[in-house]
Write a protein that binds this ligand. Sequence first.
Ligand code: NAD
Length: 364
Amino acid sequence: MANSDRVMVGIVGAGFIGHLHAEAFARVPNAEVVAIASPNAARGRALADSFGIPRHFTDYRQLLAMDDLDMITVGVPNDLHAQVCIDAARAGKHVVCEKPLCLTLEDADAIIAAGRAAGVKLMYAEELLFAPKYVRAKGLVDEGALGEVFLVKQSEEHAGPHSPWFWDVRRSGGGVLLDMGCHSIAFCRWVMNNRPVASVYAAMDTFVHGDKTRGEDHALCILTFAGGGIGVCENSWVKGGGVDDRAEIYGSQGNTRADLLRGSSLTTYSDVGYGYAVEKAETTVGWTFTMYEESWNYGFPQEMQHFVDCVQRDEPPLVTAEDGRAVLEIIYAAYLSAGTGKAVDLPLMPIPAVRQPIDLWMRA
Ligand SMILES: NC(=O)c1ccc[n+]([C@@H]2O[C@H](COP(=O)([O-])OP(=O)(O)OC[C@H]3O[C@@H](n4cnc5c(N)ncnc54)[C@H](O)[C@@H]3O)[C@@H](O)[C@H]2O)c1
């Protein structure tokens, strides 16, 4: 490590999540963000200035060339994840990659191989595994308070993403299943202690946003775990009124349900509206759910604290590129299932060759 007291961090991408990463690291005492990379120089500079980050580059490879850098976070459009992760590993930097890990299973394997060859940690940024309310729910599962868990449901929904590249499936790789289903799938795997998924059934369509995307805008996905247990994932890009993030866990001796955002917000009425309500809410006029500590409630600072500690102490992370690959394989199976109308068994053999996962649905 460049400095034994602190992990030196670079942030690649100065958009929505790049901002959240900078905000999260500001709460991690043993991390120091030393540089940002964004092809949009003004955006990179603005983010650097607002968090007192000393350097910003327009090419992430300049950031990777820094000697005093231990770890990067990857918060760029999905089609760029693989190249940035591989370049970072080859430069000897530990990597925190945003979801989804990448667009294809071949790329996922290449990322994992590059990380192993370089001896760096490949960490997969699934913040729901660090969200305090969900951590408490998993704690109940782990201490046996719910008995044997047989069903876990997770749902993340909003009215649609904020940047044009999300709607272009050549860049995003798919619609809401890939964008937000990856959270729900990762959550179900975590609650089931990462048991393998034996089969996947999915139904989806482009119900509302067909004018701007070929991607599905509402998706349902049922996972059957090896050895028993079911996961149900529901994800939407057509649900107005701000983000909803909910989970339910059912066991032989109990159950629990968590409403991550509505359950930690103020219920507000305003004739005139106010500055900020909840991520992706269309209005703040009338009855709204006013968020506070949104980043903390989602688990972003806790997630970055964990990854920084893993680098500093050379410990294995809770969630890795291998988990990101497992989630992506389930997404492949879900697109295949939606295309054929049949459940799809895992592991996929052979791995279907696609440019992006949604091809598996569109081909059918
Ligand atoms: N964990 C979460 O909940 C969560 C939330 C939002 C986004 N994400 C993920 O984060 C990633 C980025 O999404 P976003 O919402 O920030 O998108 P965004 O459009 O808001 O920002 C993307 C940024 O990447 C920059 N960029 C493009 N090419 C680049 C390059 N070669 N090098 C450096 N920067 C480059 C763009 O200039 C832009 O600032 C996506 O993979 C998305 O799935 C995760």
